[in-house]
Design a binder for this molecule. Structure first.
Ligand code: PEP
Ligand code: MG
Length: 315
């Protein structure tokens, strides 16, 4: 909920002292995209394409996919949009890509893992994404979900580039990928941290189970330390790293993420104004100090308090 004293954000992500951070939206439909554009999103940091097909019983054709993606891209003509290839499985099952029964679907054949055997489905989707990009004039880049190794990242990048997509990235939402971010960057142009799944897999705590929600708190120092590794790798290679999980929607945590080296933040449309306004109040070195302080704590509560102290507006 936004507070009454919340400043109005002008639609450009920037710290008080002029450090640019792209403030982007997470979307899953044309309606989401329209709302996000109206709320000032600079672009889309995560288009969850599987949301278009949660009730589909068969694979949509290339023409159907092109139309669906174009409708989402249209409000962002000329702006950056990161389209994620189908993240089917676990909490987002798709009937036409259902795996054989698995005891632990979150650890099974989901996300990019589905594409290894269904390369035809991936290639048709990439074709539709490229067509929708051409049709709408959005600056489209694609990324794969649930990547665990640099080899997988390279495999995906090669296929996406063969489909004519120039900027290719992967999500970092598996701890192994965070630990090998430097190698993953050798294969791709950018990465985007999915903090919802990264928390789930780091703490071995199902994101859908309320009883373990405290472990999935995005302020957990262990999660922040993994994010810091990715931020450091991004700085070394001078490539973009963003966050598109729920963590980016919390203004103080957003500042911490900037301090950890993130160059973009993507969130639900309802959070854009408060995150944009929050960043505009703090200096970049405060973000770095807040990150350092939060990293040094032992629990989410103290991480929050330490960050808040470092982020008191100076003026
Ligand atoms: C995430 O895992 O943080 C993420 C952004 O992707 P999703 O929530 O769609 O799994
Ligand atoms: Mg995820």
């Amino acid at each position: 909920a936004s507070s009454a004293k919340e400043a109005h954000w002008n639609g450009v992500g920037i710290t008080f002292d002029g450090n640019r951070i792209k403030v982007l939206a997470n979307v899953g439909s044309a309606a989401d995209a329209t709302t996000a554009a109206a709320n000032g999103a600079e672009g889309v940091g995560l288009f969850r394409t599987e949301f278009c097909y949660l009730s589909a019983t068969s694979e949509p054709t290339v023409a159907e996919q092109t139309a669906a993606y174009s409708a989402v891209l249209k409000p962002f003509a000329g702006k950056p949009v990161t389209v994620r290839t189908l993240d089917a499985g676990a909490d987002k099952p798709l009937a036409f890509l259902a795996p054989d029964p698995e005891p632990n679907p979150a650890l099974g054949v989901r996300g990019l893992r589905v594409a290894f055997t269904r390369t035809d489905v991936l290639d048709r989707q990439l074709e539709a994404i490229a067509a929708a990009a051409a049709e709408t004039g959005a600056q489209v880049q694609v990324m794969a979900p649930m990547v665990a190794t640099a080899e997988e990242a390279g495999w995906f990048a090669e296929r996406a580039r063969a489909a004519g997509i120039q900027k290719v990235g992967v999500m970092i939402e598996v701890p192994a990928a965070a630990l090998t971010a430097r190698e993953i960057f050798d294969a791709v142009d950018f990465v985007s941290l999915g903090t919802n799944d990264l928390a789930q897999y780091t703490f071995a705590a199902d994101r859908q189970v309320g009883a373990v929600a405290a472990l999935n708190d995005p302020w957990q120092p262990a999660l922040l330390r993994l994010i810091a590794l990715v931020g450091k790798a991004a700085g070394e290679v001078d490539k973009p790293a963003g966050v598109c999980g729920e963590a980016a929607a919390d203004p103080h945590l957003a500042a911490v993420l900037v301090g950890l080296g993130m160059t973009s933040l993507s969130m639900n449309a309802g959070a854009l104004n408060r995150v944009g306004a929050g960043l505009a109040e703090v200096h970049f070195d405060q973000c770095q100090l807040a990150a350092k302080a939060a990293l040094a704590t032992h629990d989410p509560e103290h991480a929050r308090l330490a960050a808040r102290a470092a982020l008191t507006p100076r003026r």
